[in-house]
Design a protein around this ligand. Structure first.
Ligand code: ATP
Length: 436
């Protein structure tokens, strides 16, 4: 540290003084003295004022936020004002911080992970772990990959990849993942055997998400998560809390497995979990003696039954029962799956699992303030510049508002790109690029 003055210090003092002129309606004192303003910062002409209005009446909170904004705008050099923090609308749990830190307001924080791909199945024993481990191992040829075994009922991943627990703890108390040829692996089956009670009943979900979050992952391009079977309780909650880029469903071609998996796909989509498609496992087998192909479950049409794309069809083949660590040529169906997942991750559909720190997080702000802040920042954009807004519900109407009211244009004229992504039930991202 040097003694040099913070170049923004003067601006911050001025903004604080301006904001201090706003009165707390309950006590008639300055909002600063009343402790309703918890932080003021100014950088590049953007003043960010953090407030704690969780205890205020919603209407009053809206008025105070608006008065604070207007006061800050009066300060010379301030071009944009952000009011962030806790308001009554946020239910006491505001989301004021930057959106880029993967904090999902009750969700999981996985700052080291670029993309999470969840592998799940509506039924047990259909080959979910087999598919998840093949996928992770094959992706690890080109990417930094993590594999998390969230299957508390049958944590088979360690056996599939040939590692044993218990894993060690790092100096700061995190669980050190096992390293399998550069791929990092963590499993319920790798934690000490003397703590299994937490893995049952109501506590299982908390214990599982804690293990995922408290694993000392290095920077990972992709984290493959092997989910517990079913899409009830643990699996669905897990999917809602983890910032999942895409999920892969595993099914056999058996009719009931297909109909259950189709329902699971619909449920996931309804809950904002993107479904990349399905891997149909044990599609048929080639007899070692007669050399003929046999269909194990009859002639079903998985794609029609599932309502999602079939990414790969894996035969019943003992050679597929575990991935080969030294494999140079991927089995064809595994290669199909990997290329479908890779293509998805490179597409816009995978969404911004990480959004930039500059994103405007309007969750928890009173509605009028939300619209004003979004409009103001959009007006300040240069042509071709990108803009991210994080909201707690579908921000599509905001895009309409920006195009119509702010730019007085149609959506196509206003934006070169306009995407809505749902990262978690209460975390939606609007990503627009202003027309060049
Ligand atoms: N394509 C395949 N060919 C041959 N055997 C397979 C294939 N897929 C899975 N198996 C075998 O079927 C069994 C169940 O597979 P797996 O453990 O992957 O299923 P799962 O859906 O993860 O099960 P669980 O619900 O218990 O977690 C394993 O013994 C596995 O080796």
């Amino acid at each position: 540290m040097t003694d040099r003055e913070n170049p923004n210090e003067t601006a911050e003092t001025e903004v604080e003084e301006a904001v201090a002129s706003v009165e707390d309606p309950d006590f008639g004192a300055s909002v600063v003295e009343a402790g309703l303003v918890t932080d003021v910062s100014v950088a590049d002409g953007v003043a960010t004022i953090t407030v704690d209005l969780a205890g205020a009446d919603p209407e009053e909170a809206e008025e105070v936020s608006e008065a604070i904004r207007r006061a800050a705008f009066e300060v010379a050099g301030v071009e944009q004002v952000r009011v962030e923090g806790e308001t009554p609308d946020a239910g006491g749990g505001g989301h004021g911080g930057p959106a880029g830190d993967h904090d999902h307001g009750g969700g999981l924080s996985l700052p080291e992970v670029e993309h999470v791909v969840a592998v799940g199945s509506a039924k047990g024993g259909v080959g979910k772990t087999t598919v998840a481990t093949h996928l992770a191992r094959a992706l690890a040829d080109d990417y930094d990959v993590g594999l998390f075994d969230a299957d508390i009922h049958g944590p088979n991943v360690p056996e599939m990849v040939g590692v044993e627990g218990p894993v060690e703890a790092t100096d700061d108390g995190q669980a050190e993942p096992a390293n399998v040829g550069g791929m990092e692996v963590m499993s319920v089956g790798l934690v000490a055997n003397d703590a299994p009670l937490a893995w049952r009943g109501a506590m299982a979900h908390d214990a599982l998400t804690e293990l995922l979050e408290d694993t000392a992952w290095s920077d990972r391009d992709v984290l493959v998560v092997d989910l517990p079977p079913g899409t009830g309780d643990i699996a669905l909650t897990m999917l809602q809390e983890v910032p999942v880029s895409g999920s892969v469903l595993v099914t056999t071609p058996f009719p009931t497995s297909l109909s259950d998996t189709g329902r699971s796909a619909a449920l996931l989509e309804e809950n904002g979990v993107p479904v990349v498609g399905a891997a149909v496992n044990m599609r048929g087998f080639t007899c070692e003696n007669c050399g003929h192909d046999h269909d194990l479950y009859g002639d079903t049409d998985p794609e029609e039954e599932l309502g999602v794309e079939v990414l790969a069809e894996l035969p019943f083949d003992r050679g597929l029962q575990r991935p080969d660590a030294d494999e140079t040529d991927l089995p064809a169906p595994v290669a199909d799956l990997v290329s479908a997942v890779t293509e998805f991750l490179a597409s816009d559909d995978a969404g911004p699992v990480s959004v930039p720190d500059s994103a405007l997080d309007i969750r928890g702000l009173p509605p009028r303030i939300r619209h004003e802040q979004v409009g103001e920042e959009f007006r300040a954009l240069d042509p071709g510049e990108e803009f991210y807004v994080v909201n707690d519900h579908d921000p599509s109407p905001l895009a309409q508002m920006l195009a119509g009211e702010v730019a007085e244009e149609s959506l196509d004229e206003a934006f070169d790109a306009c995407e809505v992504h749902r990262r978690a039930p209460d975390e939606w991202v609007l990503e627009v690029r202003r027309a060049a």
